[in-house]
Write a protein that binds this ligand. Structure first.
Ligand SMILES: [Zn+2]
Length: 211
């Protein structure tokens, strides 16, 4: 694992999106463990860091398979609670229709069932000590960012580019007005470390230029 900030690491072997680990005393949270086929590598990585049996929580920014896909295997291995925004839960079980044609195609890539169920977030909760859930809808209706001290885990609410923040393409965006409002919300946090779901991590030293 790559150290990013005190108690915060980036997974090296997750597939499809950036995955992160946050430590608190004897407990471990994993944020966005990635695609299903990367689950074994994530389990191995956590085991070799002697962290696997300490995982109590898996925090998922949103229901896209490249973020949540490995979460069922991680829950099966550890019994961890898996946290997801309430408005994304219906996208997983098919009771809510995805907002774009491309998203409806993506829905054919299924996510395995959760042996111990999901714990749903509305935003404002503290699903793990020191981590606050921040409702950031737009990319998906139930998208959550997670804030830990000076670090923001932004999921797909915004992309990190060398020059600043950028929105994901429209065919992946469920609601553009909400997405732009969520981007402004994240920008306004004044966080020092920006950890996106895709693209590079950035230390935000002097404000955030538009990319
Ligand atoms: Zn996504």
């Amino acid at each position: 694992m790559e150290s990013i900030y005190p108690s915060v690491y980036r997974l090296q072997h997750s597939a499809g999106s950036n995955g992160y680990v946050v430590l608190d005393g004897g407990r471990v949270a994993v944020i966005d463990p990635g695609l299903p086929f990367g689950a074994d590598a994530v389990l191995r990585e956590l085991r070799s860091a002697a962290l696997l049996d300490k995982v109590t929580d898996v925090l998922v920014t949103h229901s896209d398979v490249d973020h949540i896909g490995a979460a069922p295997a991680l829950q099966a291995a550890t019994g961890a609670r898996v946290w997801l925004g309430r408005d994304d839960a219906g996208l997983l079980d098919g009771t809510r229709r995805a907002a774009t044609g491309f998203r409806r195609l993506l829905a054919f890539w299924p996510v395995s069932p959760f042996e111990h169920g999901l714990t749903l977030l509305d935003g404002g909760e503290e699903p793990f000590p020191g981590i606050k859930a921040l409702a950031t809808p737009g990319h998906t209706p139930g998208h959550m960012a997670f804030v830990f001290r000076e670090v923001v885990f932004a999921g797909d609410a915004v992309l990190g580019t060398p020059r600043g923040f950028r929105q994901l393409p429209g065919f992946l965006t469920s609601d553009r007005d909400q997405a732009l409002a969520s981007e402004r919300l994240i920008e306004g946090l004044g966080a020092r470390w920006f950890c996106p779901g895709h693209g590079r991590l950035r230390e935000l030293t002097s404000g955030v230029p538009r990319g």
